[in-house]
Write a protein of this length. Structure first.
Length: 150
């Protein structure tokens, strides 16, 4: 079972526009059996993005900046919170190019989710909101299942 905060690498990731590229993605939810995985992409290309640690808005898009070597990311990394990717868990396999390469702790993930809602709340569907902010008891149950499976 993959939990929220997992960082995946996919060298042949298919973007919304159909382009294929090498990408690191962050899992925003801990999917239950009937849920898809919700990912956001990352970038290490600074271009004109500010290096403001944490949550900020740049060109009408929410982002979250993590300085290099403070987490599983070896380089300065911007988590791009707009246009998440909903992916069926069955498609997230090594055969399909997916490899889990690290994770972000729950404190950072809470900040990232809060940032997503701060800057893109109107763009988040009710379904995705239920995955990102599940009721407290559902979260406890997911953790219980995770630790019982070890």
């Amino acid at each position: 079972m993959t939990i929220r905060g997992a960082i995946f690498h996919n060298p042949e990731f298919k973007f919304h526009d159909g382009e294929i590229g090498n990408k690191l993605l962050v899992l925003l939810n801990t999917p239950s059996q009937n849920e898809s995985c919700l990912f956001v992409k990352t970038t290490t290309k600074k271009k004109d993005k500010p290096s403001i640690v944490g949550c900020f808005k740049h060109r009408h898009e929410g982002m979250f900046f993590i300085p290099k070597a403070t987490t599983s990311f070896p380089d300065n990394t911007w988590i791009l919170l707009f246009k998440p990717y909903e992916i069926n868990p069955c498609d997230i396999t090594q055969k399909n190019g997916w490899n889990e390469v690290g994770s972000l702790n729950e404190k950072i993930m809470k900040q990232i989710i809060d940032c997503l809602f701060k800057h893109h709340e109107d763009d988040i569907s009710e379904l995705h909101e239920s995955w990102l902010r599940p009721p407290y008891t559902a979260s406890i149950q997911k953790l219980k299942e995770k630790f019982n499976n070890r």
